[in-house]
Design a protein around this ligand. Structure first.
Ligand SMILES: C[S@@+](CC[C@H](N)C(=O)[O-])C[C@H]1O[C@@H](n2cnc3c(N)ncnc32)[C@H](O)[C@@H]1O
Ligand code: SF4
Ligand code: SF4
Length: 364
């Protein structure tokens, strides 16, 4: 990938309003060849609905400043039609996918084209009927978000959720899975922060008790330090800064990770842990992140974003994929904003969005 164009060849002078802005970081000495017009990716993430029934402390869903959509099946089908080479679809964005009245129809429409479909859920809306559709239908994988193993910690983060109910729903899902002889892959997902880290071993035990074989632990995705962010993001930025793992906690976290790895091995579980210290950055001049080359992200309102870390179109966008009726998706993927971001990212002169991103900083 990224072989056919020299970096810097197609960088517009200015990025369109609402899009990312370039940082003043010094460029590397030699520009690497970079493909600014890559083919459409084989992986896409589509947000079914841009709102949520919860208000998790670290999540920007209730602060987003862009249009909050609910994607129609017609538009969803239009997108699939424009991605004939799509192999994997993650039905999730900023919002709760199961709030969409046709979530399972979306799964079925994509799966009927031979696409592997996965999703994330907060598990608060899992009725018996939905549990049956999860395990009987063509959904391949479901990640369930659990940021604590006790009601006190979980509910302090996942505001408006009821821990006991969510654990009951997890039991319902796994029981339905067993009874159906389903191959649905279920895993837990935890956002690791200062005040929930100590519950990592207990969360492993809780998942194991319900027959969930895997836990993915991730760090906060962004420090939200983009200077151009609207004032409504200030409270969540303060929360993120306060709850991000601190340098002086790293030795304690290392032993917690060692203990958790041992426990996971003993329980026969897979455990994916994040980096505690930044990954050594590549010496070469390649981009630090593959998202804008390898993966497509579309909000429920039809905005193409550079990645899931951008989260909403007021933080960065490549534009509206439905603005142009025919081939609008490719037009945005190869549009001015997309090309500018790829060029900046590959040149190590990334937009402020990327500089505040944990992936860019080698921490995700
Ligand atoms: C935005 S949610 C959408 C799906 C669903 N509502 C849920 O909670 O699983 C997707 C995932 O992002 C995680 N998440 C939310 N805010 C985050 C942040 N600031 N940093 C890292 N992950 C975050 C959530 O915990 C969840 O696992
Ligand atoms: S993390 Fe998921 S459940 Fe929590 S507020 Fe964000 S979208 Fe909703
Ligand atoms: S570095 Fe982060 S914010 Fe920038 S494109 Fe990659 S994932 Fe998105």
């Amino acid at each position: 990938m990224r072989k056919n164009l020299k970096l810097g060849a197609v960088v517009p002078d200015a990025v369109a309003p609402g899009a990312v802005t370039a940082s003043p970081c010094p460029a590397p000495a030699a520009a690497a060849p970079v493909e600014l017009y890559p083919p459409l990716p084989r992986f896409a993430q589509i947000e079914p609905v841009g709102r949520c029934n919860l208000a998790c402390r670290m999540c920007t869903v209730n602060d987003r400043g862009d249009a909050i959509g609910e994607m129609s099946l017609e538009r969803f089908t239009q997108l699939l039609d424009q991605m004939p080479g799509l192999q994997e679809l993650h039905l999730q964005g900023l919002g709760e996918p199961m709030l969409h009245p046709h979530f399972f129809d979306m799964v079925a429409l994509a799966a009927a084209r031979g696409i592997r479909v996965s999703a994330n859920t907060n598990l608060t809306l899992l009725t018996a009927a939905r549990a049956a559709r999860c395990v009987e239908g063509p959904l391949s994988a479901l990640s369930v978000s659990l940021d604590g193993a006790s009601a006190a910690v979980y509910e302090s983060i996942r505001r408006k959720a009821n821990f006991a109910k969510v654990v009951r729903n997890l039991g319902r899902l796994m029981q339905a899975r067993r009874e159906a002889g389903s191959t649905l892959e279920v895993r837990g997902v935890m956002v690791l922060m200062r005040h929930n880290a100590h519950e990592l071993p207990a969360l492993l035990r809780l998942l194991h008790a319900h027959g969930v074989p895997e836990l993915l632990v991730q760090r906060l995705s962004s420090d939200l330090q983009q200077p151009e962010l609207a004032a409504r993001y200030i409270p969540i930025r303060s929360y993120v800064n306060e709850h991000e793992l601190a340098e002086d906690e790293l030795p304690g976290l290392e032993s917690l990770f060692a203990e958790s790895r041992a426990l996971a091995a003993q329980l026969g579980m897979r455990l994916n842990l994040p980096r505690l210290r930044p990954r050594a950055q590549r010496q070469s001049t390649g981009p630090r992140c593959d998202w804008p080359w390898e993966q497509l992200y579309i909000t429920a309102a039809g905005q193409m974003l550079p990645c899931c870390m951008a989260a909403s179109a007021d933080r960065a966008t490549f534009g509206d994929v439905f603005e142009q009726p025919v081939d609008g998706l490719r037009a945005r993927w190869h549009g001015e904003q997309a090309v500018a971001l790829r060029a900046a990212l590959a040149a190590d002169t990334p937009p402020s969005l990327c500089r505040s991103c944990a992936l860019y900083r080698g921490m995700f």
